[in-house]
Design a protein around this ligand. Structure first.
Ligand SMILES: NC(=O)C1=CN([C@@H]2O[C@H](COP(=O)(O)OP(=O)(O)OC[C@H]3O[C@@H](n4cnc5c(N)ncnc54)[C@H](O)[C@@H]3O)[C@@H](O)[C@H]2O)C=CC1
Ligand SMILES: O=C([O-])CC(=O)C(=O)O
Length: 268
């Protein structure tokens, strides 16, 4: 059986977990390359883990891989996607917030026979949302509640002088569309960007974002009304070492990678 070559762009919280799993072995998949900002640091980590893998630049990725897992800062989405998609290859995009204002990347994939895959990531239920979207969805509403440290430093908070320091009670810091939320909190609510792409798009999907000192997890609640079903889903994510990123995110990537070659696929 031929193997699919997987590369990782960004060796942070998600990238390290995915690299470790690929190195341990996923059926039909190989860890083919890693692109990272700090090669010396990456090399030291790979040596400690006993993983052997070429470290390459972003523009070398198409020569090494059939699919790149993008788990890097949102600002370099284009540098990762453009060469891969132009080469007719696949990119699994985690920085979903950065994808919303870039429909041209989807056009590029279409033009060259490439593909952008957005995994469920830190969220839940894209199977039901995309099934409902085959009918008519009336509304998708989301509420996110995070510990203040999971939101600190977001551009919207900085620009509006909203401090997370010493917050004593829950504070609603944002209410609006998924599109506006993704621009305001690009590293904090990729989840709503991805949800909007699964359902009724970034302008009709709405979100409230709360900073809540009483919670220790990244909590998301979703309410969908459609002509086939109404459903409510919620997830309480244990933050990883990166407080903005839930532990389940990397596991979602691994599950999505596993599905690429598995003989039995379960779920939409
Ligand atoms: N879709 C989803 O459900 C979720 C998406 N995310 C997003 O996924 C992305 C990755 O998240 P984490 O792994 O937690 O972030 P992280 O900050 O732990 O890791 C990002 C890594 O990218 C590296 N990097 C920086 N510049 C680079 C360059 N020019 N080339 C290659 N690598 C570079 C950094 O050194 C760092 O190691 C972020 O954009 C984050 O917002 C995070 C959680 C959930
Ligand atoms: O969407 C994100 O960027 C991360 C998030 O909310 C989570 O991990 O729960």
């Amino acid at each position: 059986m031929s193997t699919k070559r997987i590369a990782i762009a960004g060796l942070g919280e998600i990238g390290r977990t995915v690299a470790r799993k690929l190195a341990q072995g996923l059926p039909g998949l190989t860890l083919a390359a890693i692109a990272t900002r700090d090669r010396a640091k990456a090399k030291a980590w790979l040596d400690r883990e006993g993983i052997s893998c070429p470290l390459v630049s972003l523009d070398e990725l198409p020569g090494h891989a059939d699919l790149v897992v993008e788990c890097a800062p949102a600002a370099i989405l284009d540098q990762i996607c453009r060469p891969m998609l132009t080469a007719g290859k696949q990119v699994m995009v985690l920085s979903a917030s950065a994808l919303l204002p870039r429909p041209d990347l989807v056009d590029l994939a279409r033009a060259h026979g490439g593909q952008i895959i957005v995994p469920t990531g830190a969220l839940i239920g894209f199977d039901a949302v995309s099934a409902a979207a085959e009918g008519t969805i009336h509304s998708v509403q989301m509420m996110t509640r995070k510990p203040p440290g999971g939101l600190a430093g977001a551009p919207y908070l900085v620009e509006n002088g909203i401090s997370m320091d010493g917050l004593a009670s829950a504070l609603c810091v944002f209410k609006g569309s998924a599109r506006d939320a993704a621009a305001a909190f690009p590293a904090n609510v990729n989840v709503v960007a991805a949800l909007s792409l699964a359902g009724i798009g970034p302008d009709r999907t709405t979100i409230e974002i709360w900073a809540d000192p009483a919670v220790t997890r990244n909590c998301h609640q979703i309410r969908v009304e459609s002509d086939s079903a109404s459903f409510t889903m919620s997830i309480e994510n244990i933050p990883s070492e990166n407080p903005k990123t839930g532990r389940i995110t990397a596991l979602s990537v691994i599950a999505a990678l596993r599905k690429l070659t598995s003989a039995l696929q379960v779920g939409t």
